[in-house]
Write a new protein. Structure first.
Length: 402
């Protein structure tokens, strides 16, 4: 690529922040020589990073970029600068951090929206005993043995791949591909993820799949859409082709966890299953292709109800993060709060708390619920092909959709 001095400084700044916040750069597909420069140099002092970010902000105004691109880069520089200010010990309230990171306001927690969650789950996951007992039974019934996970997830990925190509003709780059990688129980960041997309550039993704954590037959289709088609892999490969390679826009050669780009990516991925299928279609495909024994599981009608109520789970995690990071609840109170809904087991709740207190992932927890609602408010719960395509191909900021 033809990289300007400004573009070089932008990418170097991000890579240098990553040496302080491991995992801050989710993917980097820019010039390899820049990564080598940062790998081989001493860690840059936070004060120097702060000065570099200020210089970058000033230089942006004389680059001659068209206004929408200038604004897009400006918001990402602001996100980087905010991370650097925190490294320098500057105290920034979480609400202000979030606005500067993700270009959207953090909303106050609303417990009223979760008021009927337990009742709605009890109706959708009906059975004998308490909701907690019923959910525990279903977890056992729907868990797929580790030996079968690879085959079934690959099947799910193929199904959503075919459907995505039917809806978005000639969108995906040639030679794009996804590699499925089974991992151990703990990811390299010390957290448990059932699925995680690691974009590797040149239109290739590696999706890590943890066969020992949350492998229920009901998750394969939505996870394949979220991580693969038309979610993360589709968005990253399309934008690499159209924005980075065709238009030489360096800002699309990198993804920072605490950035507007991350927020939009999770927003897209959250609604990816609904882009492809109705709730009934999702249930039908699941029963036909992944359910080990349909005679023992719930009916199609009940599964549709369950698919509908699952949308509220991102709000539950949102509230948990809000109470942890802003209200400063104790760990005991947080565990009790999440447990009282009777939807998740203790292992899942503890893992979510680990993510909330992780330096790189803490504020990203909010993006799933806010991002999902942002897309729904603009394009509906089941977006049109045209609207979703625009999200996949254009460098959109969260504030563009508010």
């Amino acid at each position: 690529m033809k990289l300007s001095e400004f573009g070089r400084d932008f990418l170097l700044l991000a890579l240098r922040i990553n040496k302080h916040k491991i995992g801050y750069v989710d993917f980097y597909i820019g010039p390899k020589k820049l990564r080598k420069v940062v790998d081989n140099e001493k860690i840059t002092a936070p004060k120097k990073l702060l000065a570099d970010s200020s210089a970058l902000q000033e230089k942006l105004l004389v680059q001659g970029y068209y206004k929408t691109r200038e604004r897009y880069i400006e918001k990402n520089i602001l996100a980087m600068r905010t991370s650097i200010e925190i490294l320098n010990g500057i105290d920034i309230p979480i609400q202000d951090q979030f606005l500067k990171f993700y270009d959207i306001q953090l909303q106050p927690v609303n417990e009223a929206e979760l008021g009927n969650l337990k009742e709605e789950y009890s109706k959708a996951y009906r059975g004998s005993g308490s909701l907690e007992q019923q959910m525990n039974k279903l977890r056992v019934l729907r868990t797929i043995p580790g030996a079968k996970v690879f085959k079934l997830f690959k099947k799910a990925l193929n199904i959503v791949d075919v459907r995505t190509r039917e809806l978005f003709v000639d969108l995906l780059p040639r030679n794009e591909s996804v590699n499925i990688n089974l991992i151990k129980n703990i990811n390299k960041d010390g957290l448990k993820w059932s699925y995680y997309n690691w974009y590797q550039g040149k239109y290739r993704s590696r999706i890590d799949v943890n066969p020992n954590f949350g492998m229920y037959w009901t998750t394969f289709l939505p996870a394949a859409a979220h991580e693969g088609y038309p979610g993360h892999h589709t968005e990253f490969s399309v934008k690499e082709k159209l924005l980075f390679r065709d238009l030489n826009q360096f800002e699309h050669s990198i993804l920072l966890l605490n950035s507007p780009k991350l927020f939009i990516s999770e927003s897209i991925a959250e609604l990816a299953p609904n882009m492809l299928y109705s709730y009934q279609e999702q249930a039908e495909i699941g029963l036909q292709n992944f359910c080990p024994d349909t005679s023992k599981d719930d009916s199609l009608e009940v599964l549709v109800k369950q698919n509908k109520v699952k949308g509220k789970l991102s709000l539950l995690w949102y509230n948990l993060a809000y109470h942890a990071l802003i209200d400063k609840w104790s760990e005991e109170d947080l565990i009790q709060y999440a447990t009282d809904f009777e939807v998740f087991n203790r292992d899942t709740i503890n893992n979510q708390l680990n993510k909330i207190y992780n330096l790189s992932h803490s504020t990203t927890i909010f993006s799933y619920n806010l991002g999902r609602n942002l897309i729904i408010n603009n394009y509906g719960e089941f977006p049109s092909i045209k609207d979703f395509r625009n999200l996949l191909v254009k460098p959109i900021l969260p504030s563009d959709l508010v």
